[in-house]
Ligand binder design. Structure first.
Ligand code: FE
Ligand code: FE
Ligand code: ZN
Length: 276
């Protein structure tokens, strides 16, 4: 079954998001666990979560993706910032344990000049502090475009993080199509080889989700500016191959394109039409 959805606002809670994605023709969705620029999470609403879990069961929404705030930097040089990242992570995961089918995606971090070796160490340190043997929530590292000092700019860096995590069976990867294309992985002309490389370096079984975005910038630009599907440098034919690829077709796909809800509805329909 084609699992397709988009990024939604979480301010009105889970039930609202569930109904919203149904209305848009999707069957999965992504949301920020808290204000994307950081800050505290709103109070836990157990009634909303219980109602949502029932709704998801009825509607066959079997997976959703929670996204950590993108300012959270596990590789920061400042103790205070890393401690904030740790606290937010711990709280987010403990809450997500209550929500049916939730996975947790985050940007590995930026080493801010400390070097990628040090950054990778710091990221793994936090993962080792938060991940518990009994947790159900998978934690996904997102593939990054490699702007600035971002870690996760290539598959090797993600592999090096995973290698340092003790409970690494709880770790997966979310591939962002805009980011990998900006990061010099040619998913337009050579998707088979890109995924073979992913398999050789990380292992394809770790790939748990896809962010499906076109890119405003050319191949290898390391920019990270998302574009509407079919209107950027990746293009519609490439997306048709991507969503139907044997390594990807069973994974959940999340649009993070610059769209309002009607725009998302149109893109969900467009992709459903291309799915064989
Ligand atoms: Fe992201
Ligand atoms: Fe993304
Ligand atoms: Zn991005």
């Amino acid at each position: 079954m084609f699992k397709i959805g988009c990024h939604l606002s979480s301010v009105k809670g889970y039930v609202h998001m569930g109904k919203e994605i149904t209305a848009l023709g999707g069957n999965t969705f992504q949301f920020f666990t808290r204000n994307p620029r950081g800050g505290s999470a709103k109070p836990l609403d157990m009634e909303d979560i219980e109602k949502y879990n029932k709704y998801a069961e009825e509607m066959g929404i079997d997976v959703i993706l929670a996204h950590a705030p993108y300012t959270l930097n596990c590789a920061s040089a400042e103790d205070k910032k890393r401690e904030f990242a740790y606290e937010a992570f711990k709280e987010d995961i403990s809450r997500l344990e209550l929500v049916k089918g939730a996975m947790y995606n985050f940007h590995p971090g930026s080493h801010v000049g400390q070097g990628s070796d040090r950054g990778i160490e710091l990221i793994a340190e936090i993962l080792n502090r938060v991940i518990r043997p009994q947790q159900k929530t998978k934690v996904l590292l997102e593939t990054m475009a490699g702007k600035g000092t971002e870690i996760g700019r290539n598959f090797e860096e993600l592999r090096r993080i995973i290698d340092k995590v003790e409970l690494s069976d709880k770790i997966g990867v979310c591939m962002d199509t805009c980011h990998v294309y900006d990061g010099e992985y040619d998913i337009v002309n050579d998707i088979d080889n890109v995924l073979k490389e992913f398999d050789d370096i990380i292992g394809i079984e770790r790939l748990n989700a896809v962010h499906i975005n076109d890119s405003k910038n050319p191949f290898g630009s390391h920019k990270d500016r998302h574009e509407k599907i079919g209107e950027g440098s990746i293009g519609i034919e490439a997306f048709e191959r991507i969503i139907n690829h044997r390594y990807l077709r069973e994974l959940p796909f999340y649009l993070e394109t610059p769209n309002d809800l009607q725009g998302y509805k149109n893109e969900i329909q467009l992709l459903k039409n291309l799915y064989k």
